[in-house]
Each structure stands twice: as C-alpha cells, then as structure tokens.
Design a protein around this ligand. Sequence first.
Ligand code: GDP
Ligand code: MG
Length: 435
Amino acid sequence: RLEGVFAKLKSRGKLSESDVDSALREVRRGLLEADVDYKVVKTLVEAIKTRAVGKDVLESITPGQQVTAIVYEELSELMGTEPAPLVISPRPPSVYLMVGLQGGGKTTTTVKIAKKLSSGHKPLVVACDLRRPAAVEQLRILAEQSKIGFFGPAAGESDVLSVVRGAVRFASERLHDVILLDTAGRLHADEELMEELAAMKRQLPPTEVLLVVDAMTGQEAVKVASAFHEKLSLTGVVLSKLDGDARGGAALAIRQVTGVPVKLAGVGEGTDALEVFDSRRMAQRIMGMGDVMGLAEKIREMADSGGAEKIAESLKQKKFTLEDLLLQFEQIEKMGPLDKVMEMIPGFSRMKGMGSDDLDPKRMKQSKAVIQSMTREERRNPAVIKGSRRRRIAQGSGTSVQMVNQLLAQYEQMRKLWKQFGKQGDKGFRLPKGL
Ligand code: GDP
Ligand code: MG
C-alpha cells in the first residue's frame, strides 16, 4: 500500500553512475532520433554525465526524472537561453540579407519578418532572385497582401548588384529604415550561388545575414548551415517549418557546429507564423518526452524550498522521524497530483497507480493533520504516544484514534524499511526487490 511513497524514496544520497548511465541511454537514443548529430550527442552526453553523477538526489524525484531535467537544462543552454533579437542598425537603413536553399522558406520568412517589424519600422522587401520571374512575383504579391513596401528588378535586369543599389536609393527616398533582400536559392549550396551572395554582402555590408533552413531536412540543415556560414559569416538562423513534425534536433546541431544563434522559428505558411526562437521549448521538443519543462520547473522549486536538504540531513544519521514523514507528505503535495507528475514522463508511467490510496489528497491532508497535532517530542520519539495521547491527537486533528493508529503503523513500516536502505551504504538507497 505504501509502494507509491516508497517508489519516491527509492534513491537517496547521490545520483550514482549507473542511475545516470541508464537514464542517458534513453536520452542518447532520443537525441539521435531527433536528428542531432552523433558527435554532438556524444559531447553532450559526457557533459551531462559530469554534471549529474554525484549530484544530490532530490526528494520526491526519481533519479531518471532528475537526469531528464539536467539533460533539458543542458540542451537549452547549448541552444542559448538568452534570446538573440534581430539587430537594428543605429544608422539606418538596417540591411538583412536573407539566404538559403530553394524552397527553404526565404521568401515567406522575408515577408514574415517585415510584417513583424512594421509595427515600429518601415521595412522594404527587395526581390533579388533574378533567375525566376515567378519568385519576384511571389514576393510582390505577399508584400502587397501584408501592406509592406516592395522593390523589384526592372524588366530584363540581370545584375543583382544593380537591383541592390536601386533598392537602397528607393529606400532612402521613401524613408524605409529596414531593407530585406530576398535572394535566389539553389538546390545545393554551389559556388555560383555563394559568389553572388558574397558580392552582395561586400557591396552593402548587411546588418544581418540570416540563413533560412527547413527544420524538416534534419542533418542536411546542419550541412547547409556550415556551408553558408563558412562563405558568408551568418549572424543568425531562422528555422522554418517547425509546425511540421520535425523534432528539430537540427537547431541544436546548427548552434553547436556553427556557433550561430537560431533567432526565429517559422511555424506555418501564413505571414504571421513567425516566433522568437525559444531554446527551452525546443529542448523539450527535441527530447520528445512530454512536459519536461514543467518537471524541471518543479524540481527547481523543490530544490529552492529547502525541504530536500532537511531530509537529507536527517538521512545522514539514518533516522526516519515523523517529521520526515510530514515533510514527505508536503513534498508530494507540492508536486501536485501524482498522476499528473507521472504523465509528464512517459517512461515512468509504469509507476502510475502504485499506492494511490496513500497519495489520495484527502487522506494525505488527514495524515498531515495527525502529525501536526503532535508535540515535538512525540514526533521525534513516537514510542511515547500511548492511549491518552492518541485520543488527544485524534481530537486535535479532527480525525479518529483509528486514523492515528493507522498513521503510526504506516510510519513504523516506513521506518523499518528505512533501516534496510541504510545498510546499503553510500551508494544510494535501493528498494529491496519486489517492493
Ligand atoms: P524559398 O524558395 O526559400 O523562397 O521558399 P518559400 O518562401 O517560397 O517557401 C517554400 C514553401 O514552404 C512555400 O510553400 C511556403 O509556404 C512554405 N513555408 C515556408 N515557411 C514555412 C513554415 O514555417 N511552415 C510551413 N508549414 N510552410 C512554410
Ligand atoms: Mg523564394
């Protein structure tokens, strides 16, 4: 009946190497499935291991959950927890050079960014894809629909640098303070494409060189980012099509491999579907493990509350008092309904339904009230709680003598198990098999 509670007591002391290893096995597989480059996974797993082994195990959290939270923090940090906003030049105009392969989402993203900026700026989008008349037309129509200024090549124009010059002149006449250059893409990052872009870059120079890559292309997106970064020194990446089912491991690898921040995320075909890139949300998505973000938040709160330390302190002396039990109840309550917590971690769902009676919120409240009605001495030395004291405690807590007896029996059982765990030494306490 107490299994649910015991499951939470499972591992105490420090996170052991084997706790961490088994949790990381799952993490490694998940990351590879999410298209994270294997070298990146390797470095990451090592970093996580260093960070996790020997860490104090927090109350009410399984080692697996705790490692999961560390992975999540580490992933978020790798992608940059600070937002990387688009740079606006102090001396207008700001020029954004939009680059990427064909079909990656450049044209759409150009308009999306312009639209976002149009609340405080007067952006101008410029069609620099002279090879495909349809590309110019696509940008013109999108700009018109979004009421954004547009500049395109004159009929028969074949020199992209002359279009850029024309656009800059046009912008200064009409007081456009941000110029977005929608460039031509290729199926692959070839020399000719790179040379054209490099020439545009030399002519300007741009405030931002933004690569738009399709998140659905996985590992390929990382190669593309490296190639473009090498030739053009990117200042930011826009990951498009994140509304699809790509796990988005590319975001992590791109940042790792190039050091360039992912600044924005495209989340749909519409011109409003653009978001500031959120590394925490991305980490959760890459891990594909339910609400890891919520779990990490809870762990942080619990670590802050200090309850865990108090328990750890009395653990050192290998005693388990009613005060510990009270803290235990409080910690469980703080985590919210246990079912909810378990749901956050699909891998741990098998623990669901264990000892649910004892984790019933109503019952837990009564148990807490019973302990709270005891004196300090009684809590620390329950042996003194005889008949008359039991009646007093029952009255004080608004429960019954039967309830008090049950709680004391529950405590006694836990205390015994406690001693067993203690015998297993410093490696962390383990539940005996079958419990
Ligand atoms: P370009 O060749 O790089 O200029 O790419 P386009 O801007 O023309 O986009 C290619 C296709 O991808 C178009 O059908 C877009 O509607 C679509 N697209 C672009 N960004 C997104 C996005 O964030 N989500 C989805 N679902 N589709 C997108
Ligand atoms: Mg285009």
